[in-house]
Design a binder for this molecule. Structure first.
Ligand code: HEC
Ligand code: HEC
Length: 281
């Protein structure tokens, strides 16, 4: 190290290592001292203004009287004031009336998102995208109808479609196979069994396009509830039916009723929310 300059300024502590290495007693730079004092003054001010020191019967409350719960309550009151304007209108309106009121509709769609996530997404998928065995709500195929009132009814009272094993007809294995192939090809009426011995038409309609009054799905589209519409999957549905109590292998499909668990307003909100997924009529 160069010893041409004296790096020790105002002196050293007197300890010397390695011949000429000493510990200086220079004061810290001025900016550093200002920073030091500024910070403790700031800490002191903070403890005066905000709740801080342990105090008689609790803690010193701070001269501003600020509390985190107080801040939370103020924020909540502000939110409730905004919500209240809409919430107060909902009980007096039908779901259909909410649907055509742009402002209310917008509010309901936003606020129902959480409701849907908490109560419905487990079965119907987030955003109504569906899960295996549960209907997609975000398409325009409806088992029971996509009109807003039908949706309210589905949610409120629940739904349970029923298809007896083999459609209730005494079909042989070969006949079940023939029907399964025709249905999997989305052309059910191509088999004479559809309207004949199979009596499938009674529920799925003469053209195979379903019947919302019975929750019987359209068999001519490519949308499948059970499996992916392979001949095997369709064959299984025909053999064992849906919700057929007499067949232990029957497919299961039950939409629970929500009128006991959710308020009327919540059900309206959900109906509007489901309706806007895309397929509502
Ligand atoms: C336990 C699972 C489950 C939960 C939870 C559930 N659903 Fe369903 N949902 C179903 C099933 C299964 C069906 C079809 C019933 C059938 O096939 O007969 C259905 C049918 C529906 C339908 C009729 C669809 C159509 O195509 O006509 C609507 C609308 C619906 N659900 C909305 C909801 C809403 C909104 C919620 C939340 C409050 C919800 N569901 C919660 C299982 C569920
Ligand atoms: C008594 C009425 C009824 C009869 C008869 C009936 N079905 Fe069904 N079928 C239904 C209902 C209701 C459903 C939907 C059940 C549900 O999702 O809750 C269904 C569902 C199906 C499905 C499942 C579709 C999918 O998306 O996965 C197939 C396939 C089917 N039926 C084929 C047939 C065939 C073929 C026949 C004639 C042998 C037949 N059904 C007779 C009422 C019936």
């Amino acid at each position: 190290m160069s010893d041409q300059k004296n790096p020790y300024g105002s002196g050293t502590t007197g300890h010397v290592w390695d011949e000429n290495l000493a510990e200086a007693t220079n004061p810290p730079p001025k900016w550093w001292m200002i920073g030091l004092h500024a910070s403790w003054i700031l800490v002191l001010l903070y403890t005066i203004v905000y709740p801080s020191w342990p105090w008689f019967g609790g803690a010193f409350q701070g001269v501003l009287g600020w509390t985190s719960i107080g801040e939370y309550k103020r924020d909540l009151a502000a939110i409730n004031e905004v919500r209240g304007k809409y919430e107060s209108q909902l009980p007096g309106k039908s779901a259909a009336a909410i649907l055509v009121d742009d402002e209310l509709n917008e509010y309901v769609r936003r606020s129902a998102k959480v409701l849907f996530g908490e109560n419905c997404a487990a079965c119907h998928g987030s955003g109504g995208g569906g899960n295996p065995g549960y209907p997609v709500l975000a398409d325009d195929e409806w088992l029971y109808g996509g009109e807003i009132d039908k949706i309210v009814q589905s949610i409120s009272a629940g739904r349970q479609g029923m298809m007896p094993a083999r459609g209730g007809a005494a079909l042989t294995e070969a006949e079940v196979d023939e029907l399964a192939r025709a249905v999997a090809a989305t052309d059910p009426t191509s088999s004479p069994l559809y309207s004949g011995k199979g009596t499938c038409f009674a529920c799925h309609g003469p053209d195979g396009k379903g019947n919302p009054a019975l929750g019987a799905p359209d068999l001519t589209d490519q949308i499948w509830r059970f499996g992916d519409g392979s001949v095997e999957d369709v064959r299984y549905t025909i053999l064992h039916g849906v919700n057929d109590a007499n067949d232990p292998g029957s497919r299961n499909a039950e939409m629970p009723s929500w009128q006991e668990r959710l308020s009327e307003t919540e059900i309206k909100k959900l109906a509007v929310y489901v309706h806007q997924f895309g397929g509502g009529k």
